[in-house]
Design a protein around this ligand. Structure first.
Ligand code: TPP
Length: 644
């Protein structure tokens, strides 16, 4: 497909760089990462680079000095195309669309807020102060629910602001639906022939439809691609003209949910037989796709009386941490291990069966690997003795119903008795191991209990009794604040802990917590955000979003007044070079002046308190914060903490 760029005078009467698809070009440009080189134009043709320099008048407009034209050339459709686009989102169950406003999607925005009964509901427009935050909200929401939410991005510039967040969601295998508005007529500098190209290497799929009908199909397809494992963000670029077009009697196409492949019947029979024949089977559970996958994993473990491992303390959608079968079990010599979405599983681009050696271990799933990235798995990994491994590159969640059916079919009274006996022994052993680990953990967390700056362990320890009976989500990554939740809290729901940033990019914690809080608001849950200070300062405006939309989010600052991770690196470098660490704080600390986070939150309208330096004042502050959050309003507690 080839395209050309030419200068034309548009209906609004000024010059623009317009893309014209060559005759016969495919109507929708789509990609999958492996084939985009074949489907996308290469080189300068893909951009406006060949256009002559913009005129003075255009530069004025690009800088916002000229108001958009009104009247004649703005089409006032009776049934605008964007109403149908919003109807598609509604039919897909998209709860929220987050965006920082931009005229390239003014049609869609107007439809969200005015179309339907009631308007601005399913989806609701969520006001973001930065595109990076808007997309990270979809990341947090996606991890909390297993479903995509949507973000709107304004032209090339909105996509570039959002790029890191898109990359992180992709790396984290989180579904998200991104719609980028394009207006080739109004501001050429915000447009390009191939806008999605900027993020193509870390989106799972994209399209630039050429008609309204194709736009509706493309939104549906983008949703399907986002939720089909390996999950990831997808993008549809939609021209402003299509949003404003008169739809007439056009119908919204019916949505067909995807059929997600699991193991076939023969494979399910074999896995069920292995689980039932084994004397001591093990199920190793990584990150499943949705809460229903977690329910199925619990069902299978209980049916076969297998001890299980979980990744619930590393991220969402895994086995409940304190389920009686979760733990090493009564006997750690496992003769058969079934791995469900474990990191390290071989990931290919489509379902395929790879028999590596034989069958002491069976691994199902795409593991902890971003779509399109493959990593070698190895025989004998997964908790079993070195032996033969079979890997099925299909979705574990979609495989579980067939395996469960087969286990039920192959179950005999003798096996049932064995399962009960084994399960009871595992439960006793796991409970004892848990008490021992908890006792040890509590003992360790006493260190520095009364210290000021306040210990990070104390924050988690004081929070736990206050939230134990609530339906909570810990949305923020906890590794920088000691990961004390891993041992002190019980991660018993698919969404208890949402895990890390995805690809380690800072500026994630607060917007991800806001995304999770959007999910929480509709589900009567609460969100805990233990917020590192460096991370918050990338995009603090998201606090305003939390306040504006009245989200149940408690932010407790882990305020160590530094980018402490980097301080440690720089001090190490000073040390190994033998020049002393005295100046390691330069460029790595947030002092002179200190930042006042209570005041920052207050300026966005959010209630809060702090900075707290006296550990005795922490507990009462947390109580007040939770009372606010349970009342549906976010709250900020600034705590001056130990570095880690
Ligand atoms: C976008 C981005 N920029 C820079 C970094 C490098 N980096 C890694 S950790 C870190 C410090 C983060 O500071 P803070 O969130 O306060 O956590 P702390 O290390 O103090 O616990 C930085 C800047 C990064 N990971 N991502």
């Amino acid at each position: 497909m080839s395209r050309s760029t030419k200068l034309v005078v548009n209906r609004r009467g000024f010059l623009k760089g317009a893309a014209t698809a060559a005759a016969g070009a495919a109507a929708i440009a789509t990609h999958v990462p492996e084939t985009d080189a074949q489907t996308q134009p290469a080189g300068p043709e893909r951009s406006n680079a060949s256009a002559p320099p913009p005129s003075a008048a255009q530069l004025e407009r690009d800088a916002g000095a000229v108001r958009p034209p009104t009247g004649g050339n703005t089409r006032a459709a009776v049934r605008p195309g964007s109403d149908l686009m919003v109807q598609v989102l509604r039919d897909l169950g998209i709860e929220y669309v987050a965006a920082n406003p931009g005229s390239s999607f003014e049609g869609i925005q107007e439809s969200i807020i005015n179309y339907g009964d009631p308007p601005n509901m399913m989806p609701e427009f969520i006001t973001a102060l930065h595109e990076e935050s808007a997309v990270t909200m979809t990341h947090g929401y996606g991890k909390a629910t297993g479903k995509p939410m949507c973000a709107l991005l304004h032209g090339t510039i909105g996509i570039q602001h959002a790029a890191m967040s898109i990359y992180q969601a992709y790396y984290d295998r989180t579904p998200a639906l991104l719609i980028a508005g394009r207006d080739l007529g109004f501001i050429a500098a915000h447009s390009a022939n191939d806008m999605a190209g900027m993020v193509r290497s870390y989106t799972k799929w994209d399209a630039t439809p050429k008609t309204l009908e194709e736009s509706l199909v493309a939104i549906q397809r983008a949703y399907i691609e986002a939720i089909t494992p390996p999950c990831g963000p997808t993008m549809v670029v939609i021209d402003i003209e299509l949003q404003k077009e008169e739809a007439g009697t056009m119908k919204v196409p019916a949505y067909q949910p995807p059929q997600i492949s699991g193991v076939d019947t023969g494979q399910a029979q074999e896995i069920a037989r292995s689980l039932l024949d084994a004397q001591n089977p093990r199920i190793a559970v990584g990150r499943l796709r949705t809460p229903s996958g977690v329910r199925l994993a619990v069902q299978l473990a209980e049916l076969v009386g297998a001890s299980t491992s979980t990744s619930a303390t590393q991220g969402p959608m895994s086995f409940p941490q304190r389920h009686p079968l979760c733990g090493p079990g009564a006997n750690t010599s496992y003769d058969y291990t079934l791995g469900l979405e474990q990191p390290g599983t071989v990931s290919l681009t489509g379902p395929s069966l790879t028999t590596l050696l034989a069958r002491d271990t069976t691994k199902i799933g795409f593991g902890g690997i971003a779509p399109g990235v493959s990593r070698a798995g190895g025989a004998g990994r997964g908790g079993g003795p070195a032996g033969r491994t079979i890997t099925f590159d299909v979705d574990a969640e979609a495989s579980l119903p067939a395996i469960i059916d087969e286990v039920r079919r192959q179950m005999s009274p003798d096996r049932q008795r064995l399962v009960h006996e084994r399960g009871a022994k595992h439960a006793t052993a796991n409970q004892a191991a848990r008490i021992e680990a908890l006792t040890r953990a509590l003992e360790q967390r006493r260190a520095g209990w009364d210290a000021s700056p306040i210990s990070t362990a104390r924050i988690y320890a004081e929070l736990w009794p206050l939230i134990v009976d609530e339906d909570w989500i810990l949305a923020s990554p906890s590794n920088f604040s000691g990961a004390h939740n891993s041992q002190l809290w019980d991660h018993n729901k698919p969404y208890s802990y949402l895990g890390g940033q995805g690809a380690g990019g800072m500026g994630y914690g607060a917007p991800a917590a806001v995304g999770a809080a959007l999910a929480a608001r509709s589900r009567k849950q609460i969100v805990i955000n233990v917020q590192t200070d460096g991370d918050l300062n990338y995009a603090p405006g998201v606090l305003w979003t939390a306040q504006h939309h009245q989200l149940p989010m408690l932010t407790v600052m882990h305020n160590n007044r530094a980018w402490h991770q980097e301080l440690m690196f720089v001090e190490y470098m000073c040390g190994v070079r033998g020049r002393g660490t005295e100046r390691g704080h330069i460029g790595t600390t947030l002092r002179d002046p200190f930042i006042d986070y209570r005041m920052m939150a207050a300026s966005y309208g959010m209630a809060g308190e702090g900075p707290i330096t006296d550990p005795l004042k922490l507990g009462p502050a947390l109580k007040r914060g939770l009372a606010s959050v349970k009342n549906g309003l976010p709250y900020m507690i600034d705590v001056i903490t130990q570095p880690r």
